[in-house]
Design a protein around this ligand. Sequence first.
Ligand SMILES: C[S@@+](CC[C@H](N)C(=O)[O-])C[C@H]1O[C@@H](n2cnc3c(N)ncnc32)[C@H](O)[C@@H]1O
Length: 365
Amino acid sequence: MGRVAELAGVSVRTLHHYDEIGLVCPSARTTAGYRAYSADDVERLREVLAYRRLGFGLREVAQLVGDPSTDAVAHLRRLRGLLLERRHRTDAMVTAIDRELNARAKGLKVTPQEQLEMLGARLYDTIGGAYTATRRTEPRIAAQIMDALGDAQTVLNVGAGTGSYEPTDRDVTAVEPSAVMRGQRAPGAAPCVAAAAESLPFEDHSFDVAMAVSTVHHWEDPIAGLREMRRVARRVVVLTFDTDEPEWQDRFWLTRDYLPEFAAVLADFPSLAAMSEAIGARAEPVPIPWDCADGLFEAYWRRPSAYLQDHVRRAMSVWTRVGHQAEQRAVQTLTDDLDSGHWAERNGHLTHLDTADLGLCLLIA
Ligand SMILES: C[S@@+](CC[C@H](N)C(=O)[O-])C[C@H]1O[C@@H](n2cnc3c(N)ncnc32)[C@H](O)[C@@H]1O
């Protein structure tokens, strides 16, 4: 036990504790009859320690390593994905620190919100708590997604969040890296694995279909994540956003006239053509109904005053990503234009439309 503890960099006391609580129990015997760790025990210990280092509690680790459907390779893939996420967060934190040092050197004021943002918490661990206020399944978009899923029985929902758009009549497995989002899933919802799209902890062709809704633009490496979906499933269905036309931000009055900063948020996002090519998909437009039930960024294109409400904006990641100053300016200008009638002058024609094509589309491979 002492040698294993030394190699693993933990105390013998920790190993005793894991043994006592049944997390990792040495199952082999030395020639002298003492209990010792078999190769399988070491593998399990390695997984336990890696999940612990990633911040999982003992109870959550016990569930993760006790899941009979997850083998060593699946654990390695999941750990890899979670570590990539962490690296991404660390990089983001270094960038934020540099930005703040720069700002301070120039004598600029850093707002409390900006100071907290620089802690680099995973976006959805920060904003996810506000998500359930307005984000839910929009039945007309759901119908289009269900059509695309076809007769698939086993479904992987990547970046599943709280479970909107997850079919209830199929065998669904969800993947979601944010603990806050996992914690908000309904009690009877499909089982949810803590992992990231870029490194899915599943064998090749494990599912009939892999789906991803309103999540690809949050991934560290969208193309790698899409290829992973392609690897683990025979069919892929992705609801995403088309930025291929050079003037795409002019499609929607909110980005055109009030929040041009949105374009910078998506600056590194791959083109629809590149995403389609990565998985061999065709694209189909997803019109947004005027009374869209899911409070996504474009949902209120015919109900502009909704964007003035704080709880509506907090459930849309865009507003956090553009920063407090841009948000305040956009809200103030929109308030003024709604009051003065300027918004209605420019956008009054929208009141005659029932749906709008604002660049949302479904990739089907
Ligand atoms: C806008 S929410 C969409 C949730 C859900 N699909 C829906 O339609 O309501 C985006 C989700 O993507 C998740 N996400 C972020 N990075 C991810 C990654 N690398 N792999 C998988 N999911 C990720 C976030 O934690 C968040 O739950």
